[in-house]
Design a protein around this ligand. Structure first.
Ligand code: C5P
Length: 223
């Protein structure tokens, strides 16, 4: 069974996806981390963000994998070519680089193929931008999770502090969120938009626990 959770940056997808997966005994697939890992490799290799061919090559030839604690089905991070980049992909530099990287059709093609392979290997909560529309259009449950840009920026600032990657400026985060929403929604390849059959949930001003309850209820109905 696949539960697809799509939505813009900072809407709470990761927190919600992990909690739903834990409650239902599913695994979790963070597709944004895969695009971030490719962006990280591109910056490390000096591949320009407008070099579609070079970016496509990274996505096809470098191995993106998930890091697990022994015996824990829930991944704790992501690696590329065996290098654990879980923390390195959460910087403002990667935030800026990832949208142009993920707009490249060849990058999406390579990563989507891998996402389908992973998702078909068991029960998964898959979070991203195009999961319900393009990666798993047959998903049993599709959720489009949103929140206001301001609330999302506040959450991102708090999350960075919690993750220990340093403090960031609220105004800059808000501007970056708006810029990424814009690129992600207007790109030609799989733009960010709700699937027609997605349930739309707005997490602005709501307790995250309540959103998690809503999604678990939808999943139980679909079982
Ligand atoms: O979810 P997260 O913010 O980590 O995703 C980082 C970026 O990866 C997004 O801004 C988007 O450009 C891209 N992405 C995507 N398709 C997905 C997941 C993420 O294009 N399924």
């Amino acid at each position: 069974m696949i539960i697809a959770i799509d939505g813009p940056s900072g809407a709470g997808k990761s927190t919600v996806a992990k909690a739903v997966a834990k409650r239902l005994g599913f695994s979790c697939l963070d597709t944004g981390a895969m695009y971030r890992a490719v962006a990280w490799r591109a910056l490390a290799d000096g591949v320009a963000l407008d070099d579609a061919e070079g970016l496509g090559r990274i996505a096809r030839e470098r191995e993106v994998s998930f890091v697990h604690e022994p015996g824990d089905p829930m991944p704790k991070g992501v690696a590329i070519d065996g290098a654990d980049v879980s923390t390195a992909i959460r910087t403002a530099e990667i935030d800026r680089a990832v949208s142009p990287v993920s707009a490249v059709a060849a990058v999406r093609e390579a990563l989507v193929a891998q996402q389908r392979r992973i998702g078909r290997s068991g029960d998964y909560v898959v979070e991203g931008r195009d999961i319900g529309t393009a990666v798993f259009p047959e998903a049993s449950v599709k959720v489009f999770l949103t929140a206001s840009a301001e609330e999302r920026a506040h959450r991102r600032v708090r999350q960075n502090v919690d993750r220990g990657v340093g403090s960031i400026d609220y105004g800059e985060v808000l501007a970056d969120i708006r810029r990424r929403d814009d690129i992600d929604s207007s790109r030609a390849a799989s733009p960010l938009k709700p699937a027609e059959d997605a349930v739309r949930l707005d997490s602005t001003g709501r307790y995250i626990e309540d959103v998690i309850d809503d999604i678990c209820a939808l999943a139980r109905q679909a079982l």
